[in-house]
Design a protein around this ligand. Sequence first.
Ligand code: C2E
Ligand code: MG
Ligand code: MG
Length: 396
Amino acid sequence: MFLDVDRFKVINDSLGHTVGDALLVAFAHRLAAVVRPEDTVARFGGDEFVVLCEDVRDEAAVRALAKRITASLDEPFLVLSGGEVFLTASIGLAIDDDHPRAAESLLRDADAAMYRAKENGRDRLEVFDAEMRAASMLRLSLENDLRRALTRDDLVMHYQPTVDLATGAIIGAEALIRWNHPTRGLLGPDEFIPVAEDTGLVVPIGFWALEQALTDARRLVADPSQRPFQLAVNLSGRQLTVAHLVEDVAGLLTRHAWPPDQLCLELTESMITDDIEPAVEMLVALKALGLLLAIDDFGTGYSSLTRLHRLPVDIVKVDQTFVAGLQTDDDRHAIVTAIVRMVHALGLRTSAEGIETAGQLAELQALGCDWGQGFLFSQALPVEEFALLLADPPAW
Ligand code: C2E
Ligand code: MG
Ligand code: MG
């Protein structure tokens, strides 16, 4: 059984490490008090504990133990300062049925089940099953392949034009990553960026993406000072935690002689809502390089409009779900109207994602939305095809 105390970082951060340590000790005592004498309780690291139960009759017996553990957490913990803290735990269970297995593999399965418990809302028990094994095998092979992809040049950037909605001119492009998988074909980012984020691989991948986008942009636009081109590149939240991110970006801009104000880094709304302060600091430092920042997928996260003005952003990208409902759903129309007005009132630009029909385009133009992108104009294209589009843009 693999146990992880829920939201322990918050406790540590808010009450301090001394209180955190004392709570872990108290937590361990409660665990030890409810297990059977023959069970082993161990601290695995940080806020993670392992309970090893040998000679159990059946799954029900372990489930009963898990229940006793959760029940033991119903009472609050008293902290030195006099307050009370409630702790919950996410528990993953792996059963070593007939054939004894290596301890590591049993632990790994229990750990995977614990992760599932976290995903399913914490404070619960999940039992490792065949489906989880298949999912974790797939993840593992995806992770290994992805590591290799980075060194084998199997990643590519595609470019989707950004259009000035008032004039119809292509003013730039968003760089979107693709993975030329050796057996599975061209994969979109949704199939591998989540794994890259979990494993930290998104940091080197993100650096590669930015470098590749700048290289391609220089090929597309020989002299950006003569012909401005807005290059947009997505950044993962994880990259914002890299201490040398600002130096990395500055170095790339210099190396590729690309004007900072023609690079826009896009951050999804959801990644800046959790723990906003360090992210804001990083964003301010990035902005100081002279580049633009955009909030991507706006409207899908929880950030309020008031929070927006605290962020040093230049562009707000209206999520495609709102654009899709513009003509069919009065509520969505109202939301897009409100977003565009509010963003303009803050002195920022709006950009609409996922424009697929002429009707949506007309609505957005009527609302005064500044920029847009979508299949109506073009899908994301390999750089050579994008170059052709840029050289001879159709009238839309
Ligand atoms: P995003 O930044 O919001 O990118 C827009 C997505 O909408 C792209 O999907 C694009 O192909 C798709 N799209 C564009 N126009 C339309 C349209 O008219 N209709 C519909 N249905 N979809 C449209 P894609 O390329 O699959 O990218 C998905 C997400 O993956 C991106 O969303 C971005 O968050 C992430 N991503 C892409 N490249 C990178 C990267 O280099 N680094 C990181 N960290 N994330 C990336
Ligand atoms: Mg984007
Ligand atoms: Mg988006």
